[in-house]
Design a binder for this molecule. Structure first.
Ligand SMILES: Nc1ncnc2c1ncn2[C@@H]1O[C@H](COP(=O)(O)OP(=O)(O)OP(=O)(O)O)[C@@H](O)[C@H]1O
Ligand SMILES: [Mg+2]
Length: 319
């Protein structure tokens, strides 16, 4: 709460910043790749981390419940704190101190975009702290700088189904409307795979025929996800990354093969090890021992921000 003095102050270059109150952020989990859309496709899922940022004082205090509690740093090096700072800097504002509460639900290191949610959520919080209307394309650009690739951050920022790319070093994305009724089931194992580790297994080059097949399937997947879900099984075939990652996650690939063998469009979610099945709501096989199953909808709007400056509704809502 404001103590009467501004909590957000202009930076030395004099860029505008308004007084900040408490800011709340809700940011979705995301699944990248979706089979053939390697490093480009993203889907926002109805599983959310929530942040509460209360400006005041001169340092940061961080409190985490849910995934990451007891593991992540609770100081300036916390990914959400770093992202709030980066967001403030890009808006030309300084908030010397704040407390951050993270109510996390997205599991870490499982391929459901927890790092992107932390980054996009933190940047969105900076918009809320300064009373600036959310510029989602700018959030994608800035989040890509921190994350290093734009696929998950695009879906977390824009919601729905996204296609991301980079122009030079700038992260860009378009959002497409997923087909009505599209849903997803995530099978999440207890074991983690770090994105860096999974990337290290990919070959430097693939045969032209595999690249051509993937390009065609990726294009087909755009049609399948937006209007022709009956094509999802064929459209989710991949030859660029999933099988190469088998040594890092053999159980995940075994589950993908088993589910696909029963006619279900299963893919490795992001860098794994989560397995995602598209176009289904319930009625799927139980999770293997030691795995959790999440029945999820598609998040339509991406990150949302509520701040004390916003009298009604989310500052970042997509009406
Ligand atoms: N909410 C969070 N708060 C702080 N740090 C986080 C948060 N979420 C993720 N991280 C950091 O990011 C790491 C996980 O990142 P990583 O990219 O490996 O997995 P992921 O984002 O869950 O999955 P993927 O990128 O494959 O979808 C965590 O170990 C932690 O260091
Ligand atoms: Mg990540």
């Amino acid at each position: 709460m404001s103590s009467g003095t501004p909590d957000a102050v202009p930076s030395a270059d004099g860029a505008a910043a308004s007084v900040g109150g408490v800011v709340r952020v809700r940011v979705p989990a995301t699944s990248a790749n979706l089979g053939p859309g390697f490093d480009a496709f993203g889907l926002a899922l109805s599983l959310y981390d929530e942040l509460t940022v209360t400006p005041g004082g001169s340092g940061v205090t961080v409190d985490v419940v849910g995934p990451g509690a007891g593991e992540v740093a609770l100081d300036e090096s916390h990914l959400v704190v770093r992202s709030i700072r980066a967001g403030l800097e890009s808006l030309g504002a300084v908030v010397p101190g704040f407390s951050l509460r993270c109510e996390n639900r997205i599991p870490h290191g499982r391929g459901l975009g927890s790092s992107s949610a932390a980054i996009v959520g933190g940047i969105a919080a900076a918009y809320g702290l300064t009373g600036t209307p959310l510029d989602r394309d700018r959030v994608v650009e800035l989040a890509n700088e921190i994350e290093g690739h734009p696929d998950n951050v695009a879906a977390a920022a824009l919601g729905g189904f996204t296609i991301a790319w980079t122009e030079g070093d700038k992260g860009r994305a378009v959002r497409l409307e997923p087909a009505g009724g599209l849903a997803a089931v995530a099978y999440v194992p207890v074991t983690r795979v770090l994105t860096k580790e999974a990337r290290g297994l990919l070959p430097a080059a693939v045969p032209h025929a595999d690249a051509a097949a993937n390009a065609g399937r990726a294009a087909l997947l755009v049609a399948a996800l937006t209007s022709r879900p009956e094509l999802l099984m064929t459209a989710t075939e991949d030859r660029l990354h999933q099988e190469f990652r088998e040594p890092a996650m053999p159980e995940s690939l075994a589950l993908v093969h088993k589910l696909r063998g029963s006619g279900l469009p299963a893919v490795v979610s992001g860098a794994g090890p989560t397995v995602l099945v598209l176009d289904v709501a319930g009625g799927l096989p139980a999770a293997p021992d030691g795995w959790e199953r999440y029945e999820l909808g598609i998040d339509p709007v991406g990150v949302q921000v509520w701040s004390e400056q916003t009298e009604r509704g989310p500052a970042g809502g997509r009406e």
